[in-house]
Design a protein around this ligand. Structure first.
Ligand code: GAR
Length: 195
């Protein structure tokens, strides 16, 4: 059974969906939830579901990304994951860190990549007058939000939407897309999922 570690920064609703589908369906084993923020609400949600949850506070390392990652990698290597899922993990990882997990690290991003890498994706889609928005699961490479696409989910942008209403609509599709991609990824299937 493939072992899956999940990195979060906040509420962890995508992490919860990944953990629950793995536990319900048995397609993989969630072995660790790791956060850069000790106050991340997702940590308790993981523990409540019987998954080890650990934080490495990035603020203790100032601007020294390499020093932060040197600590972050310790519990991750100890958990010995086959796949690492970034799920609302809001720290940019260095190329060195990415290289250690390249080919087995996924990310979910709240836009239809290659549109809108980075932050404020929903606001940018609304301001551009786009008719639709969505989310992308992709393999993580050294370039931010640019790795091979493994799946996308689409929603309409409706009249009167603001960034919050659109984010909520996209999040419901994220919760379907990420498990759908991971379920296939652990079997070696790489053809993109379309939702
Ligand atoms: C999700 O919308 C995810 O796509 C986004 O953060 C949210 C986390 O929600 N990720 C990024 O913006 C990554 N750059 P969650 O903690 O409830 O899963």
């Amino acid at each position: 059974m493939k072992r899956v570690a999940i990195l979060i920064s906040g509420g962890g609703s995508n992490m919860v969906r990944l953990v629950e589908t793995m536990q319900d369906e048995g397609y993989a084993t969630p072995v660790l939830v790791l956060s850069n923020d000790p106050a991340a609400a997702g940590l308790e949600k993981a523990r409540a579901r019987g998954v080890e949850a650990v934080a490495v506070d990035h603020r203790a390392f100032g601007k020294d990304r390499a020093a932060f990652e040197a600590e972050l990698v310790k519990p991750l290597l100890a958990a010995d994951p086959d796949v690492v899922c970034l799920a609302g993990f809001m720290r940019v990882l260095t190329p060195d860190f990415v290289r250690r997990f390249e080919g087995r690290m996924l990310n979910i991003h709240p836009s239809l990549l290659p549109k809108y890498p980075g932050l404020h994706t929903h606001q940018r889609a609304i301001e551009a007058g786009d008719a639709e928005a969505g989310c992308t699961v992709h393999e993580v490479t050294a370039e931010l939000d640019a790795g091979p696409i493994l799946g996308q989910g689409r929603v309409p942008i409706l009249p009167g939407d603001d960034a919050d209403t659109l984010a909520a609509r996209v999040l419901t599709v994220e919760h379907k897309l990420y498990p759908a991609v991971l379920r296939r990824y652990v079997t070696g299937e790489r053809t993109p999922v379309e939702l």
